[in-house]
Design a protein around this ligand. Structure first.
Ligand code: NG1
Length: 474
């Protein structure tokens, strides 16, 4: 994809210069107050210039050069057809925005590197989208129905987009669980005033299901994007993630946090994403150089995930309530000082106190983890992963013999920098940070030794940070 250096004419008549891969989308962000402080103060802005350059470095250079020009020089650049390619890219963008009848959407799973069970406690989480994905082949329909063909399950179902509240198919039978996710997305989009048109979707996935790698969020975002493309409206990715979360919380009935939908919507190749679940601010952080991220699926399907998850959520809310009885100013877990918790621990019921210790400790670990990534400190990051696992095991009590075995074996292998359970726990996967050169041997040894220890066959694979949900060939 090309890079562009662009100029906006702001409400006060001045020019703002920036770079972007998509100046039209960037303009929308500026005008929505999510671009820069200057454009927020001087909105609305109009896109008046766009010049294509081959790469990011050229874009940055041209941006600095244009910024030094006087207003009259900027005006002459804008009226120079050799340089200003805005008319051409406007035409191209219009052609692209013609609604296609057939298209393919790719929607990745995610793995969380650090920050577990804090996305519903106002913490910062550090996930990345992975190169395992759901592939949706989409055909638009004239009639307002959703025809689903879940290829992996060999199941088909057809439902009306005008009767989503009933949660039934066209034969008035209750929707099978897999259909609740796409139907829930349609329901949430409609409730937000976004039209959803008829679709026939055949989809399959190479994300292990029920393993804590967000196959359901991948399905949700895949469908949301399909409706966006088919219907021709456009919303911000964060809004899309929030609507998919709403589908999962209020239609499917799982009270998850935002991490999964956020990661699938915002993934950036080669990067982890640091999401502050309190402010919804986020940033990308490069993964440490010369390291591999290895996922180990324990083959132990998660037990009691839903009931255990909801119980932990309740315990956290009880814990915060108790802490507030000693300090009424505590608006959120982010305000809980570790020494304050320590001072009151003996007065709290043991289990509740342990959950609180995990939450406060994990919030701190992610803050340290972000600094490690900024500094390229793989060793330091790995140590935080081990500490996170111990906390999830001892304090949050969501690990299992199988997950602990995977972490123990991993810790004994050469090149292993960190290992921990990932996702809700109670079974599922671990995530490992390994020195790149040791990755192939690590994968083999971890599989073999885990089988010796548990009799189970783990699926162990390297994964790569990938881009978020997208149109194929975009
Ligand atoms: P997994 O186990 O990956 O589905 C769950 C929640 C997340 C987060 C983690 C724990 C769902 C769908 N997702 O993830 O929001 O709370 O547990 O950090 O329940």
């Amino acid at each position: 994809m090309a890079y562009y250096c662009y100029m906006l004419k702001c409400k006060n008549g001045n020019y703002y210069t920036g770079w972007s891969k998509d100046p039209f989308r960037r303009l929308k962000q500026h005008n929505a107050g999510r671009g820069a402080r200057y454009t927020r103060m001087n909105a609305p802005c109009e896109l008046v210039y766009a010049e294509e350059v081959p790469d990011l470095s050229a874009a940055l250079k041209l941006e600095s050069k244009i910024k030094t020009l006087k207003p009259a020089q900027k005006k002459s650049l804008i009226s120079n057809p050799e340089r200003n390619q805005l008319p051409k890219i406007t035409a191209l963008s219009k052609a692209r925005s013609k609604k296609p009848k057939h298209f393919t959407v790719l929607s990745p799973g995610r793995v969380n590197l650090l920050g577990e069970h804090i996305d519903y406690n106002d913490g910062i989480v550090l996930p990345m989208a992975i190169d395992r994905k759901v592939t949706l082949q989409v055909k638009t329909l004239k009639e307002p129905v959703l025809r689903l063909n879940a290829l992996d399950m060999d199941e088909k179902v057809e439902l009306s987009l005008e009767d989503l509240d009933s949660k039934t198919d066209l034969n008035q039978q209750p929707l099978p669980p897999f259909a609740l996710y796409p139907a829930g997305v349609a329901w949430a989009l409609k409730a937000a005033g976004l039209p959803v048109s008829g679709l026939e979707v055949s989809y399959s996935s190479d994300i292990p299901m029920g393993a804590g790698l967000s196959s359901s969020a991948a399905v949700e975002l895949g469908f949301a994007l399909a409706w966006q493309i088919a219907a021709g409206w456009e919303i911000e990715r964060m809004e899309m993630a929030l609507l998919c979360k709403q589908a999962e919380n209020d239609y499917v009935g799982l009270k998850s946090g935002l991490m999964d939908q956020f990661s699938v919507a915002h993934g950036v190749a080669g990067h982890a994403l640091a999401l502050d679940t309190r402010s919804l601010d986020w940033q990308t952080l490069r993964l440490p150089p010369d390291t591999s991220v290895v996922i180990a699926d324990s083959a132990q399907r998660r037990k009691l995930t839903e009931s255990g998850y909801n119980k932990r959520k309740q315990e956290c809310s009880d814990a915060l309530q108790i802490l507030r009885s000693w300090c009424s100013d505590l608006a959120s877990w982010r305000d809980v000082d570790p020494s304050f918790l320590e001072a009151h621990l003996a007065e709290m019921p043991t289990d509740i106190g342990k959950r609180a210790q995990h939450v406060v400790g994990e919030i701190q670990r992610v803050q340290q983890g972000c600094k490690c990534l900024e500094a390229g400190d793989a060793q330091g990051f790995g140590e935080l992963m081990f500490a996170s696992h111990s906390s999830l095991k001892e304090l949050y009590e969501v690990s299992s013999f199988e997950l602990d075995s995977l972490v123990e074996v991993a810790a004994s292998l050469p090149g292993c920098l960190g290992a921990r359970l990932t996702g809700a726990g109670f079974g599922g996967c671990t995530v490992n940070l390994v020195q790149k050169e040791f990755a192939p041997e690590f994968i083999e040894q971890l599989s073999n030794q885990y089988t010796k220890k548990t009799g189970l066959i783990a699926s162990v694979f390297e994964c790569f940070a990938s881009d978020g949900a997208r149109l194929l060939n975009d």
